[in-house]
Design a protein around this ligand. Sequence first.
Ligand SMILES: [Zn+2]
Length: 284
Amino acid sequence: MNRHRLHIVLGSVFTFFVLIAVARTTRAQEAAIDCFDDLFCIEPIRSGRKVDIYLRNMLGFELSIELNLKVDNMSVDRELPMSKTLAPYELYRAVRMTGGKRGVQWSYKYSLRWLVGKIDARHDDRFVYSLPWSKGLTFGVGQGYNGAQTHRGKYAIDWDMPVGTEVRAARDGIVIDYKDTFYEGGISDDLRSRANFIGILHSDGTIGQYVHLDYQGVKVKIGNRVRRGDVIARSGDIGFSSGPHLHFEVYTVTSDLDRKTIPVRFMTSTNRAATLVVGEGYTR
Ligand SMILES: [Zn+2]
């Protein structure tokens, strides 16, 4: 079993190819089980001229995987690439390949992309989120939905917020990913993929993401269940950021393993279900 040492930043994808030539002789090279961190494994099981590719979710929550194959002298029993959301700990037979012409070598290689969460989760639009900070405090929206700076085409909110402010969960859920080892903030392009964040999976399968958190500012661990209002982090100014703020968005995983953000409403001190707008301050 190979283990790949890579930190899976939520939303990033990774492609891995392996070439397995299965000759007709006893010197056949067998495919190995490959596991990616503690996220999932790909497990090819060969029986004669058939090779079944299984995907095993190692997580206690849903994980979506896209599998593609390139085959040589083999037939495949389904259309590719295929994407699938695996239930917690599910072992799923993704595809069966069968060796073709006898006496001719057959081979395959695969590529994988993955994202934690469920494909096309349907957001519960009746749900009203809490502002993600302590009661009584007020923060202003520096950039709102479809904002011209970095939110074009995205339903995301930035609140101007001093570094070190307690960030609280806007909704109940399970912590599925986080990062808090980055320590630089600014507007150089290389910082776009270097923001600290937490991802929380909600009961409807959508994910809330809290971004630009402080260095070592995350107070939860993967797998923790959090309740609305729980302290989850300290805010920061880390990653691609022009000043201290908290970025928040709710998204679902799409069938092509991208992320689609979703507009949500917030409970404020004066409004039971507000759509937040840029330039306004809101009190929890
Ligand atoms: Zn933002």
